[in-house]
Design a protein around this ligand. Structure first.
Ligand SMILES: CC(C)(COP(=O)(O)OP(=O)(O)OC[C@H]1O[C@@H](n2cnc3c(N)ncnc32)[C@H](O)[C@@H]1O)[C@@H](O)C(=O)NCCC(=O)NCCS
Ligand SMILES: Nc1ncnc2c1ncn2[C@@H]1O[C@H](COP(=O)(O)OP(=O)(O)OP(=O)(O)O)[C@@H](O)[C@H]1O
Length: 221
């Protein structure tokens, strides 16, 4: 949803995660090898509902699925980011539900967490997917709690209110980001080594940062 409010390009990991398991992909072949032919619908596409029911109730199976899908999604995200950079975009948003769990948070300039209480998150998920409390809870329990994600954030956007209120916070954030980047962006584009140096600096500082202690268990890897 955040994509709708952001003026720049958005790389959506959920969309890529669907693309890398389309019929004919290596991803789908590996899934069939792991989960059997039954995991396909009669038209040869992935039975997402069935796979979801399996993996959101079985951590070992979820790990197997993640090991198939996540590397392909990470590579596809990397390619998209490079395309946006070549297309002279100042920045882009990576919309990644498992940003923290999968470790991708270490590779981005800023971690933004869109926050609401766990109760509200559950309610909205049930409404969005028309799912039962058990189905929605098993999905949320497959991720680290949102309150733990906040510990990793450079910026927290409070989404306890209306979508309009969230949109206003995004506008303010983008305004601040534009100011922060300023003319440095052009310098980086004209002299690519400046971009490279700044990327190395961001990555090095993140890698040096210890994992916040409140998160004790990585649930997805
Ligand atoms: C299990 C699958 C087939 C269920 O498909 P379905 O269409 O019902 O759900 P969808 O893909 O839209 O996912 C909805 C949400 O579930 C959560 N979710 C999805 N996969 C996972 C996972 N492996 N671990 C934890 N949460 C997950 C995310 O919040 C995601 O936004 C699908 O979620 C999947 O392939 N998951 C593995 C890939 C993945 O981790 N995707 C998330 C972003 S990389
Ligand atoms: N401020 C809000 N008021 C009312 N409903 C909201 C608000 N923010 C989000 N929602 C609804 O909550 C649901 C979940 O939001 P969204 O799909 O954007 O979450 P997400 O974090 O991208 O989920 P996922 O991790 O599953 O991809 C959606 O149906 C969305 O319309």
């Amino acid at each position: 949803m955040i994509a709708a409010f952001f003026p720049g390009p958005v790389v959506d990991a959920d969309v890529l995660a669907r693309e890398v398991v389309l019929p004919g992909t290596k991803g789908l072949k590996k899934i069939v090898k792991e989960f059997g032919d039954d995991i396909l619908l009669p038209d040869g596409t992935l039975d997402r509902k069935k796979l979801g029911t399996i993996v959101f109730n079985d951590e070992a199976k979820r790990k197997k699925l993640n090991a198939i899908v996540h590397p392909a999604v990470r590579w596809a995200m990397f390619v998209k980011v490079i395309q946006h950079w070549v297309g002279s975009e100042k920045y882009c948003v990576l919309d990644v539900p498992l940003l923290i769990e999968g470790g991708v948070w270490r590779w981005v300039g800023k971690v933004v967490v869109v926050y609401c209480s766990a109760e509200l998150q559950l309610q909205r998920l049930m409404l969005r997917d028309n799912s039962s409390i058990d189905e929605a809870s098993s999905r949320l329990n497959s991720q680290i709690p949102i309150s733990d994600k906040v510990v990793y954030a450079n910026v927290v956007l409070d989404n306890s209110g209306t979508q309009q209120e969230l949109s206003e916070q995004v506008d303010k954030f983008v305004e601040k980001l534009d100011k922060e980047i300023g003319w440095l962006w052009w310098l980086g584009y004209i002299l690519p080594f400046v971009s490279l140096l700044s990327a190395v600096w961001v990555l090095a500082s993140r890698r040096l940062r210890k994992r916040p202690v409140r998160v004790q268990k990585d649930k997805t890897n």
